[in-house]
Design a protein. Sequence first.
Length: 216
Amino acid sequence: MDSPIAPSAMRRAEDGPAYDLVSLGLVVLTILLVGVWTTHYFREPASDDMDYKKVVAGLPHIENIPDPVPEDLSKVLTSGGNLKAAQWADFNLRSPGGNEISSQFRDHLKRSLEQEEQERSFLIWRKTHGDEQSRIEASAILAEQDEEGGTPARVYARKWYEIRSAWLDSRDAEKVDVGAHLDFAQLLKDLGMKYEAAAEIEKVRRARPDWPGSLK
């Protein structure tokens, strides 16, 4: 007598079996939609060099591009343009196994980090040497960057490192992949991320105390 009433027993009489059929139909439709979308997504052809060039051509470029326009448009991308190009390359230009990082990603992220460092130095100069309006604008941008934890490329690079590092660590359950960590450390060093590179080297030293090597 005290057992809970089954949901089907709480339906109105006029609902009848049609209620169950409609519910079942909605479930089946949802499964079909997800299945079709997933199949379509994974059947999409991999991005190639032509796709990459189209993406780069549509990104923000530095004003007053020299004439004739350089063949490598990545050389005249803004810091934001280079960051967007790096993000696109990281998602679209991975190797099938996911182990290798594309040179396009490395080059664009490195360029963006370098540009932002120069831009921040100029903002610091403007904060003390510019006119009143310039000092206000520079102070506002610098304060926003400090609140965010750094420039956009620096924040992105730090998050990317955390994800990539955790992924490498997850593969070390049985044996540390020394080569993968060393390659990763070298890439980080090339990007100017010396503290992160040192952290990867430390993982190798803990796993292989006899390892005598060092990064150049």
